[in-house]
Design a protein around this ligand. Structure first.
Ligand code: PMP
Length: 288
């Protein structure tokens, strides 16, 4: 059964899905995106992801390619055509197709929309989370507006590749003052000795993760304290636990940072409890 993608109004075989050579996303990374988890036939936190997509587009003065209601239907149609009950759906909007020029197109063009969906084996995902991941750190080298979820991801690509080459699962961007920003594709958290959760405030310095926001609600439900403040690499290495959050990794334990084990070097119980309670607390929208 072939995978199907949505490209600018058409459902096409994934293998044949393509955009124009002068799509501004392709040439200039002039676009934004979202990734939502799909679990047991539900889109997780769809409203939060589409609200953030809306904000990203507004910050960049881009228009919605279709009405929001139509977008919701397209997501569901792509999910349905790919028979995804567990996995993810990817949405990308670019400023459209226009003769190459850095400035915005002078003639109005419709923004371009691509949607893909992918099945993921929940057992494999759980097994990976149960193992935990190693993290390395890299110097922060991104622009100041990483609160906008743009497809301009070159620093993230290089950071993740450095992690892979070091046998790690994620790379944390670190400011010159030694404080942790976030991962290449995740938000970063630690658990202090007294059991509080710590994560960096979501100002312009990090992406305001949708999973991060839901984890705060889960923490509240579990009676855990959350402190939004900066923390250093040293504090993270000496923490009781560390973990990362994102739509695809949910809550994933970090077992070492730059080769130094976090606590006993095994996933901790706080991250596990947060992960277990996550789906119950998250907003779930049916896919059909
Ligand atoms: N930070 C970065 C840089 C990311 O790419 C992501 C993943 N989209 C996140 C944080 C986590 O965000 P979310 O929980 O919304 O997936």
């Amino acid at each position: 059964m072939p995978r199907i993608a949505y490209v600018n109004g058409r459902y096409v075989r994934h293998a044949d899905a393509a955009v124009h050579v002068e799509d501004r996303g392709y040439q200039l990374a002039d676009g934004v995106y979202e990734v939502c988890e799909i679990k047991r036939g539900y889109i997780v936190d769809e409203r939060g992801h589409l609200d953030r997509l809306d904000r990203s587009m507004r910050e960049l003065r881009m228009d919605w390619p279709v009405e929001r209601k139509a977008m919701e239907l397209i997501l569901r149609e792509v999910i349905r055509r790919n028979h995804v009950r567990n996995g993810m759906v990817y949405v990308q909007v670019t400023r459209g197709v226009a003769p190459r020029d850095h400035a915005f197109p002078t003639k109005p063009v419709r923004s371009a929309l691509v949607v893909t969906a992918k099945r993921m084996d929940p057992r494999a995902v759980e097994a990976k989370a149960a193992k935990g991941m190693a993290v390395i750190t890299v110097p922060e080298n991104r622009w100041e507006r990483v609160d906008i979820k743009t497809i301009g991801l070159l620093p993230n690509v290089l950071a993740k590749q450095a992690a892979v080459e070091a046998g790690a699962g994620e790379a944390w961007f670190v400011d010159p003052d030694g404080t942790v920003k976030e991962g290449a594709s995740t938000n970063a958290w630690i658990v202090t000795k007294d059991g509080s959760l710590v994560t960096r405030p979501a100002d312009h310095g990090i992406l305001r993760g949708i999973t991060r926001a839901t984890v705060m609600k889960v923490a509240d439900k579990l009676g855990l304290r959350v402190e939004e403040r900066v923390f250093s690499v040293e504090e993270a290495q000496a923490a009781r636990e560390a973990f990362v959050t994102s739509a695809t990794s949910l809550v994933s334990p970090v077992v070492s940072i730059n080769g130094k084990p976090v606590a006993n070097g095994h996933p901790g119980s706080v991250a596990r409890s947060l992960r277990e309670a996550f789906f119950e607390i998250a907003e779930k929208s049916p896919t059909c």
